[in-house]
Each structure stands twice: as structure tokens, then as C-alpha cells.
Design a protein around this ligand. Sequence first.
Ligand code: NAD
Ligand code: TDX
Length: 331
Amino acid sequence: MRLLVTGGAGFIGANFVYHILEKYPEYEIVNLDALTYAGNLENLKDIENNPNYEFVKGDICDKELMMDLVSKVDAVVHFAAESHVDRSILDSDSFVKTNVLGTLSLLEAAKNNGLKRFHHVSTDEVYGSLEKDDPAFNEKTPYDPRSPYSASKASSDHLVRAYYHTHDLPITISNCSNNYGPYQFPEKLIPLFVTNLIEGKKVPVYGTGENVRDWLHVKDHCEAIDRILHDGKIGETYCVGGNAEKTNMEITHEILKAMKAGEEMIEHIEDRKGHDKRYAIDFSKIKSELGWEPQVSFEDGIEETIEWYKNNEDWWKRIKSGEYQEYQKAK
Ligand code: NAD
Ligand code: TDX
């Protein structure tokens, strides 16, 4: 199988490229990435010389390039996106451009191109915000996005489904909860807090920190996408979750404890605008249809992740200082 992975230089995309090349060494991967601030070729150093791996620098909005790349592969796995909610609040343009128009450009390129599969990687945030005792999101939950980020992802999901119904494009979609693990850009909660503490800096908790997220190790997410890509039913959506709902304060305390830091390192700061209260995922469909469920417990996963950031200071220090962008300019 020859795969086009978009956004493979980002956090989940890079983990997915490693997952596929390790599990299916005969597969070929073309990784298309624009190398925005979130894309980092240093994430892929270990396989950059693998003969079954090729990197192409480009924008998913470039329809001609997408046509050319899509015509040479069997399947597309679409990760490329602007992914950080806080950035979408400050400036929404790039979110609509990449997440909506970029996805549309890729769909147009995929239409009538003989693809076996177009898998779209999406988020649980499209379903909105839950109250404490509300039932978890599932595939039938009505869409109710509330941030420019989630609105742009919701829009892309609708377009992907429209191309299935209108053009018979063989699509699948996954809507996943919060990921954590190696190579996550240190602007997201877990890597930001871990790296701040290593640097002796405080951790900024938005508001009271009572907001709840469901956490999934990135390895489990990659395995879920792998199962959907190979065995998922065309036209279907799968909700993917970690069975690990935690308040931000719980996460903060677990990180502080694991890193032997005290409460004085917590700094409560102004809340995120429109901060969604709670996300939770009912993943019974993917469990019953594809036999997938999370394998990494949060307790093991967070410990392993903290170790990874401790052992890879070079990687995140080069991001925090901006040096990583020099590496890719030279490529
Ligand atoms: P990320 O921000 O780490 O990586 C995004 C990648 O996309 C980067 O390499 C970036 O350079 C690339 N990119 C951005 N704009 C592009 C464009 N116009 N053309 C080509 N490449 C472009 O994101 P992530 O956390 O790895 O998320 C990957 C996908 O998974 C996204 O679609 C996101 O919505 C979804 N998702 C993420 C999470 C999570 O917790 N991180 C959870 C559920 C779903
Ligand atoms: O400094 C911080 N302080 C803080 O309290 C940051 C960065 C976050 N937070 C809070 C906000 C959220 O309640 O922590 C929670 C997690 O925040 P993020 O790591 O920014 O993730 P979130 O907004 O939940 O979105 C993530 O999960 C779903 C990804 O960034 C999305 O791409 C994905 O779709």
C-alpha cells in the first residue's frame, strides 16, 4: 500500500508515520507537510533515510500538487491542520484556510482519482461542551462546535461526508479526544507543563482548572486510525477516546507529583475565552466493530511521556528557542 500522509511532520502525524513503517515495513509513505510553526522535520530524523519514506514540502491548499500526489497513492490519511485552540481565538484566518479550504482542495484532488480510502482525522471538539453528568459524545451526537478551531474542523468533517454522499469518495472519519505523548508541540497543556517545570518555570492553569478533558496516548490513536484505515466501513465515523477523563487540576497535580514539584509552581491565569467545560467519548462502536480499545493507561502513559521530555531536552529546547526552524530551512 502506498499512503499519502498529510501533516506528517506534526505531533500525531509523525507518530503515525513511525507506527506504519514499523508495523508494515513494505508500505510506502509520502509525507506532505507545509512545515508551519507546528511542523518539525526533527520529529522524523529516525526514518528520513528509509527508502519507503519520502517527504514533500507543500501546502494542502495547492490543488495541483495535491492532484499529482493523490494520483500516485492508494490511500490518503489527512492530519494536516491548524490544531491549537488558543491560536484560533487570536487569529482564525489560517484555521479556515487550512482546515476548511485545504481539506476541500484535498477532497477535490481525491475525487475521481481511484483512491481506495480517504481517512480524515478529526476531533471530539466538534460536538461542543458537556456538563458534568451529560452522557459522553458518540457518533450520533449533533455537531455544536464553539471555538474557531472546532468550527473549522466541523466544517471539514461535513465536507468529507459530502464528498462521500455526492461523489462516492471512499471516506472514513475519526473523532478523537485529547492526545499526549512524544513529539507534542510544547504549547499544549501536557508538554508545556512538563517542560516548564524542567526549566523551573510555573505552570499556567486557565481559570479554576475544573475543565475536563479525556486523554488518549498517541500510540493508541495511531492504532485506532490503522484499524479504521484497514477495516473500517466506508462512509462511517468512529469516535476514539481514552477512558481517562481528568480535570486540568488533576492533570496538573499528577505532573507536579511525578516531577517532585510543589503547589507553589501553579499559577492560575485568565481563563480561555469560551473555554469548553468537558469532553468525553463513548468509543463502543470502534470497540465492537474493530476490536479497538486503549492499551496505555493514563498513569503509565504520563510517566513515560514525562521521561521522554526529560530525555529529549534538545528536541523541545530547540523548539522553544526557535532553532528547529533552521534545521528544516536547510533541508
Ligand atoms: P500539529 O499542530 O502538531 O501538526 C499539524 C501539522 O500539519 C504540522 O506538521 C503542520 O506543519 C501541518 N500543516 C498545517 N497546515 C498545513 C497546510 N496548509 N498544508 C500542509 N501541512 C500543514 O497537530 P496534531 O496535534 O498532530 O493534530 C493532527 C490532526 O489531529 C489535526 O487534524 C487535529 O485536528 C487532529 N486531532 C488532534 C488531537 C490532539 O489532541 N492533538 C486530538 C484529536 C484530533
Ligand atoms: O497553558 C495552558 N493552560 C491550561 O489550563 C494550556 C495550553 C491549556 N490549558 C487547558 C485548556 C484545556 O482545558 O488545558 C486543557 C487542554 O488544553 P490544550 O492542550 O490546548 O488542548 P485542547 O484545547 O483541549 O485541544 C486539544 O485536544 C483536541 C488539541 O489541541 C486539539 O487539536 C484537539 O482537537
